[in-house]
Design a protein. Structure first.
Lengths: 115, 111
């Protein structure tokens, strides 16, 4: 069974530039999550999708971050413009259903460095 | 909202000894508590979880205990091995059905 795929694996940009991350969840998984993990901290949920609808985006900085999940499969997370404090690993995860007791499977992450 | 605290932040144990990591939570309505292991540069992976209707769960060398009254849960690793070295995260599902994560414990297994 293929796991959660993410690209790119690494990205270096300058502040005020834009960046986009892509995620392909496990086939058949209805729920998709984007997390931000700052070095030395636990993952912080940015946004959760159930199919192509947003379940929770309360911690997404909407002035600069946006995300979409077209057709309820792949998802993209965009930052525009980036700030220094956005440097982190961005993890995508998926689960079979919408219950948070469903196991979340993580992708390898995208390490973003903002200079 | 839910707050999850995890201790210690770093734990160093001799190979073969046991390791215990503790977490406390604040939302008494929380009812699901997973533990994730994250090796350096890799993704978090679920290693064990427990629901609030049980007090203990074991899987080979790993066990988790839950004390609902005190609102704390712990991860126990026995007979530690070098490959157990990683960062371990606890999490709790809050009353908004979201997973709230602890800050992580770096486990170091000394040969």
């Amino acid at each position: 069974e293929a796991g959660v795929a993410q690209s790119p694996r690494y990205k270096i940009i300058e502040k005020r530039q834009s960046v986009a991350f892509w995620c392909n969840p496990i086939s058949g998984h209805a729920t998709l999550y984007w997390y931000q993990q700052i070095l030395g901290q636990g993952p912080k949920l940015l946004i959760q999708f159930q199919n192509n609808g947003v379940v929770d985006d309360s911690q997404l900085p909407k002035d600069r971050f946006s995300a979409e999940r077209l057709k309820g499969v792949d998802s993209t997370l965009k930052i525009q413009p980036a700030k220094l404090e956005d440097s982190a690993v961005y993890l995508c995860a998926s689960s079979l259903g919408h219950l948070s007791t469903d196991t979340q499977y993580f992708g390898p992450g995208t390490r973003l460095t903002v200079l | 909202g839910e707050n999850v605290e995890q201790h210690p932040s770093t734990l160093s144990v001799q190979e073969g000894d046991s390791a215990v990591i503790k977490c406390t939570y604040s939302d008494s309505a929380s009812n699901y508590f997973p533990w994730y292991k994250q090796e350096l540069g890799k993704r978090p992976q679920l290693i064990i979880d427990i629901r609030s209707n049980v007090g203990e769960k074991k899987d080979q060398r790993i066990a988790v205990t839950l004390n609902k009254t005190a609102k704390h849960f712990s991860l126990h690793i026995t007979e530690t091995q070098p490959e157990d070295s990683a960062v371990y995260f606890c999490a709790a599902r809050d009353s908004n059905y979201q997973l709230i994560w602890g800050a992580g414990t770096k486990l170091i297994i000394k040969p």
